[in-house]
Each structure stands twice: as C-alpha cells, then as structure tokens.
Design a protein around this ligand. Structure first.
Ligand SMILES: Nc1nc2c(c(=O)[nH]1)N[C@H]1C(S)=C(S)[C@@H](COP(=O)(O)O)O[C@H]1N2
Ligand SMILES: [Mo]
Length: 340
C-alpha cells in the first residue's frame, strides 16, 4: 500500500485518462446519484479525479451502474453511537487493486462485475464441506446490520454500516476438525473481469488471486463478519460483492473482498500483502497505535466523514481499533511488536 500507486498529484485527471473513460466515470457518479454541486471527496483527495467543473461535451455512451438490491436485516447492538461515513464516500474511495490502484479506480472499473451466479466453497479440515450459491449467501444465515470502524493501514478510517453474518456461523456449519488451526481466504481470479489481474501495472504488482488468512480462534470471534451488504443494500462490486470479510480490529487489508474459497488448514497460510512486503505487513495486522508502520506513524488517522477532505478530522488510533474488550484475550502472552 502506498507502494506502487502512481503519483497523480500534479496532473489533472483529463490529462492522463482517455476522454471516453473520463466521461464514463462522470456518468457512473451521476447514475449513483452522487454527482452533487459540491466537489466530491475523491476529487479533492486525488488531484481532481472527478473534475466535474471542466467544460466540454459529455457525449460518451451511458455508463452501466451495478444494481444493488435492498436487504432486510435484524439490527444489532454493534456500533450504536458511532457517526457514519456517508455512503457516497464508502462507494467511491476504495482499495481493490484487482480494479486498479487509485482510490477512484474500483468504482469506475467494476460496474459490470458479475456476482450471480457465484460459488463460495468451504473446504479443507472440516467434516462437512459447504458450497454456497449467490442466493445462499443472502438467505442461509440471518442477516444483521453492524456499524463497525474500519481502519486502513494507510492511516485513514471510516465507520461503515455493514450487513452480514458471523463467519463463525458458517464455520460451525462446516464443522472444523480438531486439527484445523487456521482459515485461508481467496478472492475470485478472473482477469477478464478484473483488469488488475490482467496487467501487472494496473494491479499494482500483486500476484493474484488475493489471499488472506486468520487464526481459527480469530475467525470464530463473534466480531468477524462475512458481509454481503452495506447501507441497507447488497454490496457494490467496489466494496467486494457479493461477499467479503470484515475484521474490524485489524487493518483493512485483512478484509478480503469477493471471496470464492474458505479453506481450513493446520499451518499459517500465506497472505498477499505479507508476500509483497513482509517487513511492512504482517500476518496479524492488528490495529495498534503503538506499533508504527516502517514508513509512517500509526498513532493517529484521518477519519473520513461528512464534508471535504480539508475538514476531515485527525483522530487518535485506538488499540485494536476500539475492540480491545472483545479481542485482547486472543493475543494474551504474545509480543504484538514482533507479531505485527
Ligand atoms: N481482494 C481484495 N481485497 C481487498 C483489497 C484488495 O485490493 N483486493 N484491499 C483491502 C484494503 S487495503 C482495504 S482498506 C479494504 C477496503 O475496503 P473498502 O474499499 O470496501 O472500504 O479492502 C481490502 N480488501
Ligand atoms: Mo487498506
């Protein structure tokens, strides 16, 4: 992260993007209903990538926008009292390198992503391997809405109303063997749909598919969520549709998107960012204001809330991202500095 992102700071978007792409991006935002009179957040954060004030005819083909569906959920006590990050920002400021490394790339490049049919397999050291279809993902387990803090390792954060179910519910149904100690996750590999998987340059030099992992006890913690929606509707592709992990006490890169495989195993699995830069991104990746990234402080973060980036407030980073009561016992006796 922040490794292979091209510098755009002095360049206007329309100078580095073909006109047709530029226009379709504007069109997507319009169709999402988030082209407002105010300059969008991403425009200010990323060298005017949505430069809506530029003149010129908008003569591109109408862009397709992914259709999300409403979801009925139970409410849960998680996160009551947290202020929400506006939906428009959750939908347009993303990390999903399969669709490009810029924060505005995922929304632009993922709108025709196919999520149905989908197949999520739970395999490995289990008594009862499970395959879930797209419908199963939405219907097999009761859905809850949970407002969680999300902290990216790049030192920004959001509060997001996720919809989903505990990963524990799915793992219990699969019935892990006594020998299972870790859970590995894998994102869809489909270079035809994911331009970042077709090009090293677009995909930031990652070896795809993106893989992640948790210790089994972390995976079974009630906070660990398989999310299928946010803000009352199914997930948008840029947020990891149709199903993604949310591990709110860990840096965002652990929360792997568009999952097709969950595999239980005996030894610690490889994880994408650790493979890419192992001294910078560990397996545990617990949010910890005391343990800095080698290239920046983790003591505080930029909270993405209402208003422009210029008014976004810096706030202190909380131990385990504010979930210390729920998860600290998982790491008793561990050195969190060496097990970063
Ligand atoms: N497959 C995949 N999953 C991923 C990523 C990615 O590039 N590919 N980025 C991660 C990072 S760094 C973050 S911060 C979160 C961002 O989730 P959001 O865009 O829904 O806020 O997704 C994580 N999951
Ligand atoms: Mo991240």
């Amino acid at each position: 992260m922040l490794i292979r992102v091209p510098k755009k700071s002095e360049i206007k978007e329309h100078e580095l993007t073909p006109q047709s792409v530029y226009h379709s991006r504007r069109d997507i935002l319009k169709k999402l209903g988030i082209m407002t009179a105010t300059l969008p957040f991403a425009a200010q954060s990323q060298a005017n990538i949505f430069d809506i004030f530029s003149s010129g005819e908008d003569n591109a083909e109408p862009a397709t926008v992914f259709q999300r569906s409403p979801l009925i959920t139970n409410s849960s006590p998680y996160g009551s009292g947290l202020s929400l990050t506006p939906e428009s920002k959750v939908l347009t400021y993303n990390n999903f390198y399969e669709f490009g490394t810029g924060k505005g790339d995922p929304v632009e490049n993922s709108q025709s992503f196919r999520v149905d049919p989908w197949k999520l397999e739970v395999t490995g050291l289990v008594n009862n391997p499970i395959t879930l279809s797209y419908d199963d993902l939405l219907k097999q387990f009761p859905l809850e809405e949970r407002l969680y803090r999300m902290r990216c390792v790049e030192a920004w954060s959001m509060n997001v109303p996720w919809i989903g179910f505990s990963l524990a519910a799915l793992l219990k149904a699969a019935d892990p063997l006594g020998s299972a100690k870790y859970v590995a996750f894998e994102t869809l590999h489909d270079p035809k749909q994911m331009p970042g998987q077709a090009s090293q340059f677009v995909g930031g030099g990652i070896d795809y598919p993106y893989v992640e992992g948790l210790r089994l006890d972390e995976a079974m913690n009630p906070l660990t969520l398989l999310s299928v929606g946010l803000y009352g509707q199914t997930l948008a592709p840029q947020n990891g549709a149709p199903v993604r992990l949310v591990v709110p006490w860990k840096y965002g890169f652990k929360s792997i998107k568009s999952i097709v495989k969950i595999h239980l195993l005996e030894s610690q699995p490889a994880t994408t960012w650790n493979l890419l830069a192992r001294h910078e991104y560990g397996f545990y990746a617990n949010v910890n204001p005391q343990v800095d990234h080698p290239r920046w402080s983790q003591g505080s973060e930029r909270f993405i809330g209402e208003g422009s980036i210029f008014s976004s407030r810096r706030q202190p980073t909380l131990m385990f991202n504010g979930y210390e009561d729920e998860v600290a016992s998982l790491y008793k006796g561990m050195d969190l500095r060496s097990s970063y």
